[in-house]
Design a protein around this ligand. Structure first.
Ligand code: MN
Ligand code: MN
Length: 485
């Protein structure tokens, strides 16, 4: 089945006009979905019922499009207080299974963060309300709007009785905001079944870097979290009685923490930069094309000066270089007043954001060796114990993969601009889990603007992002099919 670029453009034109003409319906559906209080964060039976109802609504919607829908029962969750709550089902749906076409699977979640008017919402959080082209409501951008945009794109082809250019699968869950419990288990179980024919996985659950310029996300940093304990004895001391004759645990700890990073942000652990992948020319060009006004960013974050004063350096140190942050000290005297205590034992906490191709267990060895070295030079009689309590690997995708090429073309066609090629400085476990468990190409294809306020009061998605986003997904299907031929 060969179709010329002209006929693809013609097809996209019809689909786009259909989406444009039906936008009120699409906004109404988003309104119906936002009206469901599918909050997974508060463990309340009533809210779990609401999430289950939300999952049913999405399953119905997909069935009406002609999809085969499987509702996977997830059993119950035992809470520490003895309560047992149902885990909302996961929806596995598929539309089309033509072996000649590429198969793309969309991951999304239909649960939301808590929201209440009295937290400072200007509108009712569960009533989608439009003000100046902005659709306010809990879940509008995270993640109900983007899930519906994907469904809208599919529904336009179906309504026009046009052949879907790709096979489409849906993987929808209702516990993302509660840590996606049980997600990994389902992925492992379905790896050789539901996912066996999947070529590409798309997640649309983050935001652009700007208000108007689209973006594609191709990587996230990982994290390794450390504790370092310095102990003299169980009890604290009085500085009038013991001050001057002790190796004080806090002094040891401050020296240890102070040895980790210098004032320019450089990590001082020997060997830590050895495996960080070098910057390529192509990468450098991508960074300079990104739409970020550093002055505006400084103002909006209320930071007078960053460690770096060019856009490129700031973004590279957020996304593609490791960073070390010191988080806190357990056991320290941290209240107001002038207590003359000498803590008997203290625990320092810090973490290192990992980037390709750093390895958490190598980093663990390097950090331990470094701290042991610093500690031994202090000749202290205290005991030190270092442990890495968390090690999450970084994720980076191959942007030469067909789906990145198709998405860039689709964005160019619909938005008339090249996307910002971005990464995320924090860890988005779901992308990494999909990549690791399924070994498939993963792409994050956000629709929301930087000021959408996910998780905060007055969350919104712009009508423009929602409707053009529906079109860009349709264009993406057509581009992906073209590349596959
Ligand atoms: Mn989300
Ligand atoms: Mn969220």
């Amino acid at each position: 089945m060969f179709s010329s670029p002209e006929s693809r453009l013609d097809q996209l034109d019809q689909v786009s006009r259909h989406i444009e003409a039906h936008q009120e319906e699409f906004v109404q559906t988003l309104k119906d979905w936002v009206a469901v209080e599918s909050d997974s964060v508060q463990p309340l039976p009533r809210l779990r019922q609401e999430i289950c109802r939300m999952m049913d609504m999405s399953a119905d919607k997909l069935r009406r499009l002609g999809a085969t829908v499987d509702t996977v029962d997830m059993g119950a969750q035992q809470l520490p207080d003895g309560q047992s709550l149902p885990i909302p089902p996961i929806i596995l749906a598929e539309l089309g299974n033509d072996p000649q076409k590429p198969t793309v699977c969309f991951y999304g979640h239909l649960d939301v963060q808590p929201a209440a008017k009295e937290d400072g919402w200007l509108t009712e959080p569960y009533t989608l309300t439009e003000v100046d082209g902005k659709l306010y409501g809990r879940g509008a951008t995270d993640n109900k709007g983007p899930v519906l945009a994907w469904i809208n794109a599919v529904s336009a082809f179906v309504a026009l009785e046009q052949d879907l250019p790709v096979n489409v699968k849906f993987f929808l869950e209702g516990m993302e905001e509660a840590g996606s419990i049980a997600l990994e288990g389902v992925l492992r179980r379905e790896k050789d079944r539901f996912f066996s024919s999947v070529d590409h996985i798309v997640i649309s659950d983050n935001l652009w870097l700007s208000r108007r310029k689209p973006a594609l996300t191709y990587g996230t940093r990982g994290n390794s979290y450390f504790t370092v304990e310095v102990k003299c004895r169980d009890q604290d001391f009085h500085s009038g009685t013991f001050g001057g004759i002790l190796h004080e645990p806090m002094a040891d700890l401050v020296a240890l923490l102070g040895s980790l990073v210098d004032s320019s942000g450089q990590i001082l652990v020997p060997g830590i930069y050895d495996s960080v992948s070098p910057v390529t020319e192509e990468e450098r060009a991508m960074y300079s094309a990104i739409d970020l006004d550093l002055g505006e960013y400084r103002n909006s974050t209320q930071v007078e000066r960053f460690l770096f004063d060019t856009k490129e350096a700031v973004l590279m140190h957020l996304w593609r270089y490791p960073s070390l942050s010191i988080h806190g000290i357990e056991g320290a005297f941290d209240e107001a007043g002038a207590k003359t205590v000498i803590p008997g034992q203290v625990v320092g906490k810090f973490s290192i954001r990992l980037v390709p191709h750093m390895n958490a267990s190598t980093v663990e060895k390097q950090v331990k060796r470094h701290l042991e070295d610093v500690f031994s030079r202090r000749n202290s009689s205290n005991r030190m114990a270092v442990s890495m309590v968390l090690g999450i690997a970084p994720w980076v995708a191959d942007i030469k993969d067909n789906q990145y090429v198709a998405a860039r073309r689709a964005i160019r066609t619909v938005f008339g601009t090249e996307p910002d090629m971005i990464r995320d400085g924090s860890t988005i476990p779901v992308a990494k889990i999909f990549q690791d468990v399924l070994q498939k190409s993963v792409m994050m294809f956000p629709l929301g603007a930087v000021d959408d306020g996910e998780h905060s009061q007055n969350e919104k998605i712009n009508r423009w992002n929602y409707i053009e986003g529906s079109k860009v997904f349709a264009a993406f299907f057509l581009e992906l099919a073209t590349l596959h031929e």
